[in-house]
Design a protein around this ligand. Structure first.
Ligand code: COA
Length: 379
């Protein structure tokens, strides 16, 4: 590490440094704009479907009716995870973390898809389809296995959102919930080069196979400062328990220099456009269930954090109460993020394979130099 530019970049944790060229997604943090392949997230949330967005992220354009139908049937035909992987999951300790289980289960899918080792477009795309179809199957299966329930086989007549809720709960979601969940999957699909996206892309640049790259992405997503924040938000709301206690809870947390989960973003310095939708859904679920306390507490915390710190909620803040009021237990919250983000991960991996430019940052060495080795007896 020698130049001033490199040194500054390292000190700032690569903030603002371009590590790859991509046409998949872009975040304008100042204005709160997120686009996927040129389309504003609000337009996609309003009009599109998760499957259409998957096509968009993989192919760079929206599909026509025939192309969408072909993708739908490919994905639905791949919903079943290998029986061996489900059997393996049944051996795991029931208290294993759902993201650790998902990481291991997804990694093991690799053994059953030899073609998926190829990094050429045809083989990589086939692995992307399988991963996208099966990650929800694995996430739902684990929630049932750990709770001593039977694993629900996928229903090929359902889309990804409907099928996930069906496999998780054993009953079909109503049309309102299915649509809302589909939009949640759209909102979480891509976020430029954030931690897990960068991780998958960095792995892909070595021509590691699709399963290995996605496994690395899941590991990065699991952290509480990334995808794990949605679970942490709901735990916080449960701990606070009541709207009356929100002010004191936030004051104490800030006095103790604790972070309020679901608040703040490395790039958005204004409203995260995804939070706009999720706030609306949380409110909708509060009205639908007749239980307003989770939404009310969230709204109060949002207000307090804006007043006290000038900060805004991110995607995880209102997704927590939305999922909770949909009757989804906490354990699959972060795996649900992966059920959506698989589309962005695989999109970035495909893009990296197609134009495999080197990504090789440097570390600014701040350790000692020229030390003389002292044999162990002399230390
Ligand atoms: N609650 C309270 N204070 C927060 C905060 C939060 N959620 N997020 C950041 N801050 C404060 C930090 O304590 C720090 O204060 P200081 O300057 O007095 O030390 C300042 O804001 C900058 O924090 P930093 O962690 O450097 O911000 P960042 O832009 O690098 O981090 C996040 C972005 C998302 C990692 C951070 O906001 C965070 O940890 N949020 C909570 C976790 C979360 O929701 N993650 C999901 C992200 S989509």
């Amino acid at each position: 590490m020698s130049t001033a530019t490199e040194s500054t970049a390292a000190a700032a944790g690569l903030r603002g440094v371009v590590a790859a060229q991509s046409s998949i997604g872009d975040v304008n943090g100042e204005e709160g704009i997120l686009i996927y392949q040129g389309y504003n997230i609000h337009d996609l949330a309003e009009h599109s479907t998760f499957e259409e967005v998957i096509y968009l992220l993989w192919h760079g354009r929206l599909p026509n009716a025939g192309e969408l139908a072909a993708l739908n049937s490919e994905i639905r035909a791949s919903y079943e995870a290998p029986a061996e992987v489900i059997a393996l999951m049944k051996q795991f300790p029931k208290d294993a973390d759902p993201m650790d289980v998902l990481r291991t289960a997804v990694s093991s899918l690799d053994f059953f898809d030899k073609a998926g080792h190829g990094t050429d477009r045809v083989n990589a795309m086939s692995a992307a389809v399988k991963l996208t179809a099966q990650i929800g199957t694995l996430a739902a299966a684990w929630d049932r296995i750990r709770n001593g329930k039977n694993v629900v086989a996928p229903d090929h007549s359902l889309n990804i959102a409907e099928n996930f809720l069906y496999m998780l709960r054993g009953t079909r979601a109503d049309a309102d919930e299915a649509h809302m969940f589909d939009v949640c999957l759209i909102l979480h699909a891509d976020q430029e080069l954030n931690a897990s996206q960068f991780t998958t892309r960095f792995a892909a640049r070595t021509l590691a196979d699709m399963y290995g790259c996605v496994t690395a992405g899941i590991a990065a997503l699991a952290g509480p400062l990334h995808g794990g924040a949605n679970t942490a938000v709901m735990k916080m709301l449960i701990e606070i328990g009541d709207l009356d206690k929100a002010d004191a809870w936030v004051d104490t947390a800030l006095a103790e220099h604790r972070k309020i989960m679901g608040i703040g973003h490395a790039v958005y310095k204004t409203e995260d456009p995804r939070a706009t939708w999720l706030r609306k859904y949380s409110k909708h679920m509060a009205e639908k269930t007749g239980t307003s306390k989770w939404f009310d507490m969230s709204q109060r915390i949002e207000q307090l954090m804006h007043e006290k710190k000038g900060m805004f909620p991110n995607v995880d803040f209102y997704s927590a109460s939305t999922y909770y009021m949909m009757g989804i237990p906490l354990d699959p919250f972060t795996p649900i993020f992966a059920v959506s983000r698989i589309s962005g991960w695989t999109g970035h991996i495909l893009e990296q394979y197609a134009n495999n430019k080197l990504i090789r940052p440097r570390a600014e060495y701040i350790g000692a130099r020229d030390l003389k080795y002292v044999p162990i007896g002399g230390r």
